[in-house]
Design a protein. Sequence first.
Length: 426
Amino acid sequence: MHDIHRDNKKWLVIATVVVGVGILLGCMLVGVSALSQGKTTGPWNAIAAFLRLKRVSPSNASSGVALYVSTNDYEAAVMAAVKKASPAVVSIVISEQVPVVEQCPYNPFGDLPPEFQQLFGSSTDMTAPCDTGKTELQEVGGGSGFIISSDGLILTNKHVVSDTGASYTVITNDGKKHVAKVLARDPSQDFAVVKIDATGLPTVNLGDSDGLQLGQTAIAIGNALGQFSNTVSVGVVSGLERTVTASDEADGQQETIKGVIQTDAAINPGNSGGPLLDLQGDVIGINTAVASDAQSIGFAIPINRAKHDIDSVRTTGNILSPYLGVRYLVITADIVKQQNLPVSNGALVRGSSDGPAVQSGSPAAKAGIQAEDIIEKVDGQQLDADHVLGDVISGYNVGDVVTLTINRGGKEMTLQVTLGKRPAGQ
């Protein structure tokens, strides 16, 4: 009997606690309901006040106040850089007329002689895919770019807009679509400038890529995989003055690019043509390639190499690339040994199966440069593995007069050359 009374007392305590908690929860729910309906008087409001419930205004919940504020100076700088540049980053959509495949009547025995076809009866109900000659416009690829003038000039990679038969659409950061026209493609570097019909557009600030340091922050923005616009990735400058051979998956062509920036900021297909930023949000490079067999190794062309193209388009409406008109070998220790050359650095003017050493009618021919001349310096700049003749010449403008230091048969001389405009296709 004593055990029964103790059990009854225990269950009574449990029941009392459950009822009390239920009443408390009910009061809280009613109080919240009263507050949500804007009631400020009455017994239920008193209950809400007793329980210290606070009313949350719907307008505050949907306001434009940032939900996250960085407490880290570095993180805040990255966020500020992205906020500064993102409005000027665009997606470029590539579209082409592609064949429309239809189902056409098909006779699998059509190649047999008529007398044998009769044995198999009629097969008019069978069909097979066929090309009827019809085409339709379809998206076939995508890339990135960034606005360099408020009236719609956009810098991107040449390989993004290399197809002269394709049409291009630019999607700006606000989601608007614009028909794009390719104004110019650099004949010797992976740069192109396109134009959209718009005004008052946000622009990027072009930084200085000459003073980059290993380990400094690098921020890549672009249309990753052709579908994730304004994707941001952060890393560091992990290498400088790299030489890479990049291949275009679209046409299989390869191009050797020298003096590029290496970064571990993730660069994916579709990022090509987008900006690589520093911590101030200024453009230091244009993303152009990725090492497909590695992890987080991407490459960007230094922005200072594009400034000449940008100025040229702004002033002339086209990219005028300086032209000397010689074929040459970069002199290395092996070539010095093999050819018994009198110098250890420079450019040996020599023809190949592609053409003569000196192009007829070129600035080099007019200046008197000959085959087997060794060009040692350009305006006092020594040519070597890090300062190749073509790269040095590309830093000048059409019409500039340069002084070449030449070794001809062991004798040194100087020649003055007026750089011309690179002919189409060269």
